[in-house]
Write a protein that binds this ligand. Structure first.
Ligand SMILES: Nc1ncnc2c1ncn2[C@@H]1O[C@H](COP(=O)(O)OP(=O)(O)OP(=O)(O)O)[C@@H](O)[C@H]1O
Length: 450
């Protein structure tokens, strides 16, 4: 008997060790074959209790078949009559079968009458605790349906390395909490705000952009009013760099002139934007990276007022019209709020791409993410300091995601800037009046008629 017990214990220990090793060394297959089926069964089995506990059920009147004691007959025999009764029961939203995802599972629910996706979003934290998962995110693919996406553990604690980007003006800068790539695509979302407290990962994201854009046929322009300490090392790949207020005013004037020039080019060609021009005529796209936007707006004394007003107007014009003419903004800063002046509020409205790293105060999150789902604001404030690079991203699909940028050291960005320095077009060439396309009048009309 003791032998049998020892054997059983040995087999169990070997089994446990095997499962541990499987999970440790090939989590993906372990999750699909062992982890997920168990979790799916638990989720289905506990759904009634969990929905009840999270306030997602509704009381409904049901006909209920029951047996009740009837009258006691004179013979002394108890008569039992079958009866249908109307009773109130708790109804849970109908749940489809859960499906596995890379970092957890997702399941579709049919909402009950009077429910909206926000009811489920409000209960998301309760759902996560009830099922013992890292987080539950709620989305609604169509009216009457809600999708719960659960992540078993935070997928953003470690993210891998930056992949090479294939498309023009599109850079994969990190990973979303769903496991998908987080991409910044300037052709879809032309202007971006990148906000966050100090040491939250703003510069790292700018580094990732520089590494991604450096091998592409684009002109990069930097505004670095931290005295140039951030962007000067990347100067070999930058076509222009402003490090003082005075230089910024000049460079912004150049950008506005460039935009006006490109307007003329598009008008001549009958195109609405540079992407409708034939490839041989199309001017090079320009990505403008601004570090510490507030510095462009701060005034030490009244003598700077005119300069600030010029800067503000020029940036706003680029924000309003730049998209069509291939000029894109990526604005980084700790605070990008109305306290910097009305110009900033108007500029912010032009930036549909929003990235909010860790913030110290709720106003900054609100300023950056606007009137997005309140849960996004809560999530932005909950980003821990130990995970720099984690941010809330308002995406082009109207949803918001937690995401983390790939770690890109200054050395990696400097290396990319040096390696691809030959692709940096001369600024004087980019802005040469009447030569947005780099062709003279005769070539231009020949190409347009071809
Ligand atoms: N995605 C990331 N993964 C790992 N480490 C990161 C990530 N992003 C940033 N870090 C690290 O966090 C620190 C702060 O990052 P970064 O300099 O980008 O912050 P910042 O917001 O630009 O700060 P500041 O406003 O002070 O310049 C750096 O040491 C950086 O290496």
């Amino acid at each position: 008997m003791p032998d049998t017990l020892a054997q059983t214990l040995g087999v169990l220990a070997a089994l446990m060790a095997g499962l541990w090793a499987w999970q440790r060394f090939h989590y993906h297959s372990y999750w699909l074959l062992i982890g997920f089926p168990l979790v799916a069964l638990t989720v289905r089995a506990t759904w009634r209790k969990v929905a009840l506990g999270c306030g997602l059920t509704k009381k409904r009147q049901r006909w209920w078949f029951t047996t009740v004691p009837g009258a006691i007959a004179s013979t002394g025999i108890v008569k039992v009559r079958r009866r249908f009764q109307r009773v109130a029961v708790d109804t849970k939203p109908w749940m489809w079968l859960p499906r596995p995802t890379r970092h957890g599972w997702r399941v579709t629910l049919w909402t009950l009458e009077g429910q909206i996706p926000a009811d489920y979003a409000q209960a998301a934290e309760r759902l996560a605790h009830s099922w013992g998962v890292h987080a539950v995110r709620v989305s609604s693919p169509r009216p009457g349906r809600v999708v719960l996406a659960a992540t078993m553990r935070d997928p953003l604690v470690r993210v891998d390395h930056i992949p090479r980007s294939g498309e023009l003006l599109k850079v994969s800068v990190g990973r979303l909490e769903t496991g998908g790539l987080w991409s910044i695509d300037f052709r879809t979302v032309p202007h971006w705000i990148n906000a966050g407290a100090t040491q939250s990962g703003k510069s790292n994201l700018a580094n990732a952009l520089i590494v991604g854009l450096a091998p592409q046929p684009v002109a990069l322009v930097g505004f670095d009013l931290k005295g140039g300490v951030e962007f000067t090392p990347y100067a070999p790949r930058l076509s222009a760099l402003a490090t003082t207020r005075g230089e910024s005013v000049g460079l912004l004037d150049d950008l506005v002139a460039l935009m006006v020039d490109r307007m003329g080019l598009c008008r001549t060609a009958g195109a609405r934007n540079i992407w409708q021009l034939p490839p041989g005529v199309r001017p090079v796209p320009v990505v403008v990276l601004v570090d510490e936007l507030a510095e462009l707006y701060l005034m030490a004394d009244k003598s700077e007022k005119d300069e600030v007003a010029r800067t503000s107007t020029a940036l706003l014009r680029v924000g309003q019209l730049g998209r069509a003419f291939g000029i894109y903004l990526f604005l980084s800063g700790q605070r990008i709020g109305s306290d910097l002046g009305p110009g900033v509020t108007a500029l912010r409205a032009q930036c549909s791409g929003r990235i909010c790293h860790r913030v110290n105060d709720p106003e900054t999150a609100t300023m950056t993410l606007g009137d997005l789902d309140p849960a996004a604001l809560v999530s932005a404030r909950a980003i821990p300091a130990e995970t720099p690079g984690v941010a809330i991203v308002a995406s082009q699909d109207g949803q918001w995601y937690r995401a983390r940028s790939f770690y890109v050291s200054e050395h990696a960005a400097e290396y990319a800037a040096r390696t691809w320095s030959h692709l940096a077009p001369e600024w004087a060439e980019v802005i040469r009046p009447g030569h947005s396309s780099g062709l003279d009048e005769a070539d231009l009309s020949e190409l347009l008629t071809a």
